[in-house]
Design a protein around this ligand. Structure first.
Ligand code: ZN
Length: 136
């Protein structure tokens, strides 16, 4: 596979209303976008740190993936997202190398990126997202 950089780190929080002021007032980062991703049952908030983003994830439904994650593990780091080119090729390579894919084909994530998840059982416990910005 070919990864270019860490696109973002996804962090599950119970409340964006509480977490955003913390990131702004304590860490001094600026929230530049809040967006709901309905299919994922989350509301996301983004902060830029160099070329990497922090993506805060608040569940909009206890049965959604973030709702279940927080229920099981509490708040904390949820996934790491690597930026790639030609995401379809990277997924194919990953599958050929025996990685268990959550998404066999890319789908639309926040900020209009094409994204796909790899199963944490195949990646030493880290839920791993690949993403490609096809609009750049
Ligand atoms: Zn993400």
């Amino acid at each position: 596979m070919k990864i270019t950089h860490i696109e973002h780190i996804g962090i599950a929080v119970k409340s964006l209303d509480e977490a955003i002021p913390f990131y702004e007032n304590v860490f001094g980062l600026k929230c530049y976008n809040v967006e709901e991703v309905k299919e994922q049952k989350v509301k996301t908030a983004f902060f830029m740190v160099g070329q990497t983003k922090i993506e805060l994830l608040e569940s909009t439904d206890p049965e959604g993936p973030i709702g279940k994650f927080i229920d099981k593990k509490g708040e904390g780091v949820h996934h790491i997202a690597y930026a790639v080119d030609k995401i379809e090729d990277q997924l194919q390579t990953a599958e050929e190398k025996g990685v268990n894919l959550i998404d066999k084909a890319p789908r639309k994530g926040a900020e209009g990126l094409d994204i796909a998840f790899l199963h944490p059982k195949s990646t030493f416990g880290v839920l791993t997202e690949l993403c490609e910005n096809k609009n750049k």
